[in-house]
Design a protein around this ligand. Sequence first.
Ligand code: ATP
Length: 238
Amino acid sequence: MIRLDHIAKSFGGVPVLEDVSLEIVSGQSLAILGRSGTGKSVLARIALGLMAADAGQVMIDGAPMSAKVRRGLMTQTGVLFQGAALFDSLPVWENVAFRLRHGPKRVRRRAAKDAALEALDKVGLDARVADLLPSDLSGGMQKRVGLARAILGRPRLLIFDEPNSGLDPVTAGEIDALIRSLVTDLGAAAMTITHDMASIRAIADEVFLLDAGRARWQGPVEDLDGAKDPLLARFLSR
Ligand SMILES: Nc1ncnc2c1ncn2[C@@H]1O[C@H](COP(=O)(O)OP(=O)(O)OP(=O)(O)O)[C@@H](O)[C@H]1O
């Protein structure tokens, strides 16, 4: 579904990504692991076409990224950023249906609300939550709302940037399990940025350890424990 070939990106002459190649096929869940500031979010933005790479290419369904490909990708992508990034002044259902109400193809209020209720149901929230404001909800419920917004319209690509930040371990585990089941249900390609090894084991099929602008270790999640890489070992021992 998405392939990154030899991506490089610098800021002010300082290289962040030097040579990154990866591929996520539909139905596959890839976790990007790496120390703070290694360029994981930059990589996600380049994958989405929100930031241009200095070198290398992003391919979507075999076609190189272009303005047209990016527009198509936007309608088929669900994103959950750090924090749930909800609009405080809008009720939950309008947050979930935001894309339908404000996108290029506007959907009527009733239909948008129905779509929001269906997405909320998929993330385990009942209709009573729909008319509340985000500030009325717990952190875990807010993440669920963010997930409902991400899966609305059955996207083919899902990007999660630290979906568990700020949650207690039990709630984080519930969100991980939910993410895994949503990705499987949608058959989407998923990229999750996280530092959390428990999360990686729950969510990922494949793991990509980014360090010094390159893949330091890359492989199936089952191979993590046998891996000899010292940096990976430090993540695993946390
Ligand atoms: N638009 C930008 N302009 C200048 N520098 C940037 C920009 N975006 C990112 N950077 C720099 O690129 C580096 C990588 O940032 P990025 O946010 O991708 O790291 P990260 O791995 O996601 O970190 P964290 O785990 O802390 O979220 C940082 O040094 C950051 O300051």
